[in-house]
Design a binder for this molecule. Structure first.
Ligand code: XUL
Ligand code: MN
Length: 346
């Protein structure tokens, strides 16, 4: 099995959310960014992930000079706290200009906005000291099939990514696929789609992906297979571990909370691909349960990391030789039970 290395952990300010959902308001008081950074530091996490407007609030109404100033101030705050910025992601789903998509909007003025916003996101990332931009293509899809052309949308996505690659020769783009929500159908629903589009860009070496457990499950796939697939291309550059109970709204449950065996298989795939040994971070895109009290506000993050680390031990102590013997004999009933006994502990 993989040579043991130490994992580095990350989360975003949105993972200390206040409990709002489409049907109800916050259930905990809104907290400042500084409070969230203090929690991250107190918990001993290594890095924070950002949307462009987590880093520079109200970014659309700020001048370039103001953007540079605020990003520099944030970079200093993070450095003083000993925290790294892992990625920056343009929030391309909130503005009135992205109602019907961003890069694939049917309105050219909206497409122009999306691109300019993405280039400014790259400028923010540069100041924060990261070369990695995450694209969760939230509204790049359709509410109804006849409203857009899938072929044209692929061309528009490639065009937008090419402009981002040209804006900064060092930047890398990690596409975070998700098959639905908020759209009916998204154009890049899986890692296979993301990596295929990467090949159409002007510099495929700089376009990779981010896998989120819940998104893979929503696509009806096993996240462990997605991890192996992306890793076979050397393209797994970031990771959002969480969990998801079947085909419903995106749940962002604590890692391992719905399917412990599935979580074990994901950690096993990460270990065999040496994920993290090239500087990649393990990020938890998890949310507190809505009734969570203030004093338990960070528990979902601590629990996800604890489960992850316990599963690393389980992977490293798994009887691989015994498993291989059963695989050779095609005794899958025994292999199945061996995995369960190992997870339950003797
Ligand atoms: C949405 C999602 C986002 C991205 C970052 O489902 O996972 O939080 O991870 O934009
Ligand atoms: Mn995510």
């Amino acid at each position: 099995m993989a040579k043991a290395h130490t994992y580095k952990f990350c989360f975003g300010p949105w993972n200390l959310s206040e409990g709002q959902d489409p049907y109800g308001p916050p259930t905990r008081p809104v907290q400042s960014f500084d409070w969230k950074l203090d929690q991250l530091k107190r918990l001993g996490f290594d890095a924070m992930m950002f949307h462009d407007d987590d880093a520079v609030p109200d970014i659309d109404h700020k001048s370039d000079a103001q953007l540079q100033k605020e990003a520099r101030e944030l970079h200093k705050k993070l450095s003083d706290a000993g925290i790294v910025a892992e990625i920056v992601a343009p929030r391309l789903w909130f503005s009135p200009m992205t109602i019907d998509g961003a890069y694939t909007s049917n309105d050219p003025a909206c497409r122009k906005y999306a691109l300019e916003r993405s280039l400014r996101c790259i400028d923010v990332a540069k100041v924060l000291g990261t070369d990695l931009i995450v694209l969760w293509l939230a509204r790049e899809g359709t509410y109804l099939r006849e409203s857009k052309s899938g072929r044209r949308s692929v061309e528009l996505l490639v065009e937008a990514i090419d402009k981002m690659l040209a804006h900064d020769k060092k930047v890398r783009i990690a596409i975070e696929p998700k098959p639905n929500e908020p759209m009916d159908h998204a154009y890049l629903p899986t890692i296979g789609h993301a990596l295929a589009v990467a090949q159409l860009t002007s510099d495929p070496q700089r376009v990779g992906c981010l896998i989120e457990t819940a998104h893979a499950i929503l696509a009806g796939l096993d996240p462990a297979d997605e991890i192996d697939f992306a890793s076979a291309f050397g393209k797994l550059w970031s990771l959002h571990l969480n969990d998801q109970n079947g085909l419903k709204f995106d749940q962002d449950k604590p890692f391992g909370s719905a399917n412990l065996r599935g979580a074990f298989d994901q950690v096993r795939a990460l270990e065999r691909n040496h994920y993290g040994s090239r500087g990649e971070y393990v990020a938890f895109d998890v949310h507190p349960f809505r009734p969570t009290k203030i004093e338990h506000w960070t528990a979902h993050l601590e629990n996800s990391r604890r489960t992850f680390l316990r599963l690393v031990e389980k992977v490293r102590s798994f009887d691989e030789a015994g498993a291989q013997k059963l695989i050779r004999a095609q005794n899958y009933a025994a292999l199945d039970q061996m995995v369960l006994e190992h997870l339950m502990g003797k």
